[in-house]
Design a protein around this ligand. Structure first.
Ligand code: PDD
Length: 294
C-alpha cells in the first residue's frame, strides 16, 4: 500500500449508521459515488464544538440532494447528532482547534447503468478533520491567485462529489504556487475552484449572481449579513474581468478560508497590493459572528 494510504487516520467516522475508525470504513466498488460521482457533499466548520451555520449547510445539502432526486436519508436532528458525535469531546472548549465535518450522500449501490435506479438505499458518510486555519502571517500578507477559464459544467450550483473540474482548476494554481484559481465564463467572473470571489470597489462589495454557474457558498448569506451590520453596500451582479483586475480589494470566502484577501492576480497587484480596509472590517466581523455563532 502507498505510504499515504497507509497513514490514514483512525479518527471516528460515520458510515451507514455505524461509527468506525476512518481507515476501516469501506464502501462497495459499485457505489454510484465511486462509479459516477453520483452524490453530494457538505463541509461544516465546527468552532469550540459547535457547528457554524449548521442549518444553512444542511438546507443546501437538501437542495443538492433534491437536484439529484435523492431523498434526504436523515433528519436535521440526525445530521446534528452525527456532527456532535464526530466533533471530538476535547473540542468543546472555546479555545479548542477548529474542525471541519465532511458529509457525503451518494445514490447508493447498483450495477453500473447511467440511468438512475429507483429505490436505492443512499450511502451516507461523514468524517471530521482538524480544520487548518490560514496562518496569521499569510492572512496578514494576503494571497496570490491565478485566473483560468471556467471549464466546469453548467450545474455548478449543486455541491456534487463529481469534482474533476474543480480538481483540474485547483491544480492550475498549485502548479503556479498560488492559493486559488479564479475562474471566468467568457468575460464574466464565476468563482474560484473551491471558494467564492468578492470584488470591492469604492467601498461596495459585489459577488457573482447566485445562479446555476456558481456554488452559492454559505458565506453568501453570512457576508451579506455582516456587510449590512458594517454598513457596507452589498450586491450580486455580473462582474467583468476588467472589474476584477481593477478592484480595490479582492476576497475569497469558504468554510475553511473564512474570508481571505487576494493581493495579486496573475502577478498583477490588486489595489495597493495589500489586504484592504473592507477585508479587515469583514474579517473582524466574521470572528465576532463565530464567537456569537449565529
Ligand atoms: N468548498 N465555491 C466552490 C466551488 C466551493 O467548492 C466552495 C466550498 C465554495 C464556498 O462555499 P462555502 O462558503 O459554503 O464553504 C464556493 C468546500 C469548502 C470544499 O469543497 O471543501
Amino acid at each position: 500500500m502507498h505510504p499515504i494510504a497507509n497513514a490514514l487516520p483512525d479518527s471516528l467516522c460515520y458510515l451507514d449508521g455505524d461509527y468506525t475508525p476512518l481507515r476501516d470504513a469501506k464502501v462497495s466498488v459499485l457505489d454510484r459515488g465511486f462509479i459516477f460521482g453520483d452524490g453530494v457533499y457538505e463541509v461544516v466548520p465546527v468552532y469550540g464544538g459547535t457547528p457554524f451555520c449548521f442549518d444553512e449547510h444542511m438546507a443546501r445539502l437538501g437542495r443538492s440532494l433534491a437536484e439529484l432526486c435523492i431523498d434526504n436519508p436523515l433528519t436535521l436532528d440526525q445530521w446534528r447528532e452525527i456532527t456532535m458525535k464526530l466533533a471530538k469531546p476535547g473540542a468543546m472548549s472555546p479555545e479548542a482547534a477548529p474542525q471541519a465535518v465532511y458529509y457525503q450522500v451518494t445514490r447508493g449501490v447498483a450495477m453500473r447503468d447511467h440511468a438512475m435506479p429507483k429505490g436505492l438505499m443512499p450511502t451516507v458518510f461523514a468524517m471530521v478533520n482538524p480544520m487548518k486555519p490560514v496562518p496569521d502571517a499569510v492572512r496578514a500578507a494576503g494571497v496570490s491567485c491565478v485566473t483560468a477559464a471556467d471549464f466546469r459544467w453548467q450545474k455548478a450550483h449543486i455541491k456534487a462529489t463529481s469534482l474533476l473540474g474543480a480538481v483540474l482548476a485547483r491544480q492550475i494554481s498549485v502548479d503556479a504556487g498560488a492559493t486559488e484559481t479564479v475562474m471566468f465564463r467568457g468575460e464574466f467572473l464565476s468563482e474560484a475552484s473551491s471558494s467564492n470571489v468578492w470584488v470591492v470597489k469604492d467601498g461596495r462589495m459585489s459577488g457573482s449572481p447566485k445562479d446555476e454557474l456558481v456554488l452559492a457558498g454559505i458565506r453568501y448569506g453570512l457576508l451579506e449579513r455582516l456587510c449590512a451590520d458594517c454598513s457596507i453596500p452589498f450586491e450580486l451582479q455580473r462582474i467583468t474581468r476588467d472589474e476584477v483586475f481593477g478592484a480595490d480589494e479582492l476576497l475569497l470566502s469558504s468554510a475553511t478560508k473564512e474570508v481571505l484577501p487576494v493581493v495579486t492576480l496573475d502577478g498583477h497587484p490588486i489595489g495597493n497590493g495589500q489586504p484592504g480596509p473592507i477585508y479587515q472590517v469583514l474579517y473582524a466581523a466574521y470572528q465576532d459572528a463565530k464567537q456569537r455563532n449565529r
